[in-house]
Design a protein around this ligand. Sequence first.
Ligand code: MG
Length: 365
Amino acid sequence: MKIDKIEAFQVAVPFKQAYTTSYSTINEFGHVFIKISTNEEVVGFGEVSSLPEFTGENLGTITEAVRQLGSVIKGCDPFDLEKIMSLMDKEVKFNNTAKAAIDFALHDIIGKSLGVNAVNFIGGRYVEKIPLSWSLTSGEPGKVAAEAVKMVEAGFDTVNLKIGANPDEDVERVRRVREAIGDKVNIRADANSAFTPMQAIQLIKRMEKYDMQYVEQPVPGWDLDGMAEVRRQVNVRISADESVFYLHNALDVIKKGAADIFALKVAKMGGIRRTKQIATIAEAANMPCMVNSNFEVDIGVSAAAIVAASTKVVQYNSEITGPLRHQTDVIKKGVEYRDGFLIPPTGPGLGIEIDEKKLERYRIF
Ligand SMILES: [Mg+2]
């Protein structure tokens, strides 16, 4: 089988409710959908979202990188993932999100041509369903606590708070959420690189009494010495998200003792294959992981879900809830959520069905 053609589409997907992190408030997300065709009539789809403040890649750069990468992998056998990843890394540095879109479509093609779900050739199901964490949008503490109560009632046993704008308000939100949901629910927080090490230490120490499950990325991704210092000083686990895009980043975080947990993201890490490799590095360091996302819709979330379902070191609840927050009619059959869990699709490839007629409206090339 040979890769014949790559097509790209830019799809705007509005949020049901605006979402605030330490970077920005989000009302709408731009997604790049890609379609890879082969000479044997099997086609695969990939989908990633544009989150430039996090990844450095926007709609335009993702689309252009896909165009350029497409020209070098044309003619390759889609089964030759190792060779294709290596060709792509040689052709275009970085741009993991664009590479991930291609990796997803290739897993979709391989699965469809074998008649099996992609989870079956990346390790099989270690778990049948994926427990989720719900990320609360930042805002007035009473409103945040009310959202937490609503999601716990809907079946979630873990909630995440976005922190970083104002330490006093961050502590107040955590206090109100803990008071509202009781002791049995996990609370974690994500600072999205907002603090200096000293600010992070002071803030996390104030939060210790609320039994935090972990705090993610308290300092910028590059500041591994700072993160290691935070980790030594506080009695809360530290998770690395912005610190880990590449295999060598994972090794550096481990060598520096900068984190207790890796946040695995299939788009940030360049696809399913690279993410599984980073999970293996984590396993070698006896380090648990969680899977989160850049608010992809069903294709990107299915890719993340099969990593979560097939990987033993994914021991903390995943944050792969994009389709609960926003939706596009381009997706004909998507992932299924039930009582705070994601049930991974079982259909061939990534198990997602696309309405190609509707997708056509968004064609770039
Ligand atoms: Mg994060």
